[in-house]
Design a protein around this ligand. Structure first.
Ligand SMILES: C[S@@+](CC[C@H](N)C(=O)[O-])C[C@H]1O[C@@H](n2cnc3c(N)ncnc32)[C@H](O)[C@@H]1O
Length: 224
């Protein structure tokens, strides 16, 4: 009965759909785990020393599941998000409006490939949360080339990865990629990048109950 009344009130636009966040963030992963993923990203970045005046790029920002608290923390104009999916960017805009943050964002950019992505800002912090795991080898190379060219000296990219040597399945239109640390090392070497392994996500506070993601490694990538 209560659910029916809520549905009716939503339909009549008298209240907002209480499940709208779950529905929106289901575009970037499990609808049940969106808050865990959101809380993890901001806490992890603060643990790594995120500062309010950092100039921050969220690669594969999706619906701003992770981006909203990061943007709230940063100075006005210092958060930029980029993604290749139009529907995710549209929902990101809705999320921005609902959170009353449209004046706070630096930019939200829909792009097609990293080779064509141009932003007239250099970033000292970047995050690609659950993004490299969906990039084929060629796209990963182009992504990291973009990172190299758009990081300040001393800047860093944090990115979680699946470790293994065979790809497993797919998510939406994207593959789910497993690569070896040697592969990441040789790709980074080619581009003049280095990385440190910060640990498994679970060791960094990502306890989601999903074994595959909790055991992903977090890399800190920077110019050699
Ligand atoms: C699992 S979601 C994570 C979204 C966001 N980082 C978060 O944690 O809330 C992965 C995102 O990466 C994006 N993505 C996939 N391939 C991409 C590419 N080649 N370039 C940029 N974004 C990509 C997808 O569109 C999707 O929004």
């Amino acid at each position: 009965m209560k659910n029916k009344i809520i549905k009716l009130l939503v339909k009549l636009r008298l209240i907002k759909d209480p499940k709208r966040k779950e529905k929106r963030h289901a575009l970037v992963g499990s609808s049940k785990r969106w808050k865990i993923k959101q809380d993890f990203q901001i806490k992890f970045l603060k643990d790594q020393g995120l500062k309010e005046d950092d100039v921050f790029l969220d690669i594969g920002c999706g619906t701003l599941r992770g981006g909203i608290p990061i943007m709230k923390f940063l100075n006005v104009g210092n958060y930029y998000g980029v993604d290749i999916r139009e529907n995710a960017i549209e929902e990101a805009k809705n999320e921005l409006r609902e959170e009353k943050l449209t004046q706070k964002i630096g930019d939200l950019i829909l792009f097609d490939k990293f080779e064509n992505l141009q932003i007239n800002t250099r970033f000292n912090k970047m995050l690609a949360f659950s993004v490299l795991i969906h990039l084929s080898d060629d796209i990963l190379y182009e992504c990291l080339k973009f990172v190299k060219n758009n990081l300040t000296d001393g800047g860093v990219l944090y990115a979680n990865v699946n470790i293994g040597d065979n790809d497993q399945g797919s998510w939406l239109e994207f593959p789910v990629m497993f690569k070896t640390l040697d592969f990441y090392k040789s790709t980074c070497d080619k581009l003049g990048l280095k990385f440190d392994v910060l640990g498994e996500l679970r060791e960094l506070g990502h306890i989601s109950g999903d074994e595959l993601s909790d055991k992903q490694l977090m890399l800190k990538i920077y110019k050699a």
